[in-house]
Design a binder for this molecule. Structure first.
Ligand code: BG6
Length: 474
């Protein structure tokens, strides 16, 4: 058998993309609530257009999402039917600390996640908690300047301790932040960061990144104090960069882009800033202050495993005039060897294997693939059934590539969770019609629909994959 006997197969979601109930039971306002669907979304998520409160001109899909807040029992039962060994979900920070700087947590929020965890455990499903999946309390963003402010580290630490103490003995796997590197491409959605007149955005972003990195080390420190059984990982939006040609300048450009991403993992895995980033930030005059205490914390609290999402590779040319296309918030040069999804993301299963190998070679720590999947238009019949062979094909090719990375290259992988096992709101576009699920949800981009859940063809396929521990992919 290729995969570990205890390989964790399952699916992954994020609070704001599925829970809804944005203002129930004491939950506070978060950046992710304020990202509308439609033409202004990009400007909002990148911090170019300030959206500090709801207005009447936009539709905000996270307000209700797919209402998992009220339907989690039904949804987890469906995950269990597929044989999930693990369910990755995130905790909405503002359900626990609605403003972010309170002394005591909101019991109703804790109770919700306790029930959700117990529901998973009832079926033998291991919970994998993302402590922060893009969300950030708006009160902290407005009153403190968000992650720019060093104080945020301690607000986060308090949130983390509250969660780990409350769920001690029930939850073993944690991720400190989802895709920290998204902070660079989408600072508002990724970290609640918006910019002031005259501010250098890159300076603010790297300062915020530094505070998140120190906060991650704090999370590991807290985990060790609370429960030594906890395994805590970092999370990277992965996908290798290819050089557009074998011209040395293109090779260097690809290396630089890879480093821009690996930087976040380098710090968390090795415990110090890599020299290439120190040089670069010093050159730009934006190196954040790294105190002696920060250095010690980082050095002594490295992560236990490395998790990442993989959707696509990207291609780069040193020639700045080369035409670029959008791909999961970050642009790429067209790669003529690859097909594309309905949203124009390049499909590259072999690139998945190369990416896994790259990360494993670089860090030599266990890996966890916590997102992979195909966002596509689905056409349900009158019963909500979707013949989604395109999704099955995508996943089959990627799982095969992952199998090769284990069997032929020797990577150590703990588990694999597909993105959005149940249709949910897209992070990049805010659409519902960009569907990833094995389970169809009757809801459109503007909140119309019954929210009824129904199984797609891929539901039974994935069930078979899990039952055979990844051997039967037909
Ligand atoms: C990852 C995020 O980058 O990509 C998820 O962690 C997101 O939150 C996923 O949903 C897919 O992207 P999108 O834009 O298709 O939702």
């Amino acid at each position: 058998m290729t995969f570990r006997k205890d390989f964790l197969w399952g699916g992954a979601t994020a609070a704001n993309q599925c829970e809804g109930a944005y203002n129930l039971d004491g939950r506070g306002l978060a950046n992710v609530d304020l990202c509308p669907v439609g033409k202004d979304r990009e400007a909002v998520i990148t911090g170019k257009m300030k959206m500090l409160d709801f207005d009447d001109d936009h539709f905000y899909p996270a307000k209700n999402s797919i209402d998992m807040y009220h339907r989690y029992k039904e949804d987890i039962a469906l995950f269990a039917e597929m044989g999930f060994k693990v369910y990755r979900f995130s905790i909405a920070w503002t359900r626990i600390f609605p403003l972010g700087d309170e002394e005591t947590p909101n019991e109703e929020g804790l109770k919700f996640y306790e029930n959700l965890i117990d529901e998973c455990l009832k079926y033998g499903i291991e919970p994998l908690i993302t402590l922060v999946h893009f969300d950030f309390p708006m009160h902290l963003a407005n009153e403190y300047g968000g992650w720019r402010n060093r104080k945020t580290i301690e607000f986060y630490a308090k949130f983390v301790r509250t969660i780990m103490e409350r769920f001690k003995g029930k939850v073993r796997y944690y991720l400190n932040f989802n895709e920290m590197n998204v902070l660079m491409a989408a600072p508002f959605m990724g970290a609640g960061l918006y910019f002031e007149e005259g501010e250098n955005p890159r300076e603010a972003q790297y300062l915020a990144a530094h505070h998140e990195l120190v906060a991650s080390a704090r999370a590991k420190q807290i985990a060790k104090e609370v429960d030594p059984n906890i395994m805590i990982g970092c999370m990277l939006a992965a996908g290798k960069y290819y050089p557009a040609t074998c011209k040395p300048e293109d090779i260097l450009a690809a290396q630089e882009e890879d480093r821009n991403n690996y930087f976040f993992v380098d710090v968390q895995s090795r415990g110090y800033y890599p020299s290439y980033m120190v040089k670069k930030l010093e050159r730009e005059g934006i190196m954040p202050e790294v105190t002696e205490e920060d250095k010690k914390l980082l050095r002594e609290n490295t992560i236990d495993f490395i998790s990442f999402s993989y959707y696509t590779t990207r291609t780069i040319s040193a020639d700045k005039n080369t035409e670029l296309e959008e791909a999961n918030l970050i642009a790429t040069v067209d790669n003529p060897y690859l097909g594309k999804t309905d949203w124009g993301w390049q499909i590259d299963p072999l690139g998945f294997r190369t990416t896994i190998n790259d990360i494993y070679d670089r860090y030599q720590k266990p890996l966890f693939v916590v997102e992979n999947g195909l966002g596509a238009y689905d056409k349900p019949d009158e019963n909500g059934y979707v013949e989604d062979d395109y999704r099955i094909n995508y996943l089959r090719d990627h799982i095969k590539a992952m199998r090769d990375a284990v069997e032929l290259d020797g990577a150590d992988i703990l588990g694999y969770t597909t993105w959005g096992p149940i249709d949910l709101v897209s992070a990049g576009t805010g659409e519902m019609t960009k569907r990833y699920g094995f389970i169809y949800v009757d809801r459109d981009d503007y909140g119309n629909g019954t929210l009824k859940r129904s199984k797609k063809k891929s539901f039974d396929w994935y069930k078979k994959v899990i039952a055979s521990n990844g051997e039967d992919l037909d």
